[in-house]
Unconditional design. Structure first.
Length: 99
């Protein structure tokens, strides 16, 4: 688990509306603008944080070749970390069915 830098470039347009009913009635076909209900306690930083979180990939990945695989996960250290033939876990069930 190391830091993973992610480049974000998002452009969003919002339309401020007075009530939640106006926001619910806003046409869904307009994908360029999203309605936001304006109020005295409107928190711009919270809105920006929400947009950043929604823009992050579900599974962040480092650029190709950036990370090295860990030998204890992907193979034993004695074989130089190379993957060997893994035994099929269903072989036990196959043998049980024959008996």
């Amino acid at each position: 688990m190391q830091d993973c830098a992610v480049d974000l470039q998002e452009n969003r347009r919002f339309v401020l509306v007075a009530t939640q009913e106006e926001a619910d009635a806003y046409p869904l076909e307009d994908e360029e603008q999203e309605p936001l209900v304006a109020s005295q306690q409107f928190n711009l930083l919270e809105t920006i944080e929400d947009e950043v979180l929604l823009s992050l990939p579900l599974i962040p990945k480092h650029p190709e070749g950036f990370c090295e695989t860990h030998a204890s996960i992907f193979g034993d250290e004695e074989s130089g970390g190379e993957l060997g033939e893994r035994e099929n876990p269903f072989n036990i069930l196959k043998n049980m069915k024959k008996n």
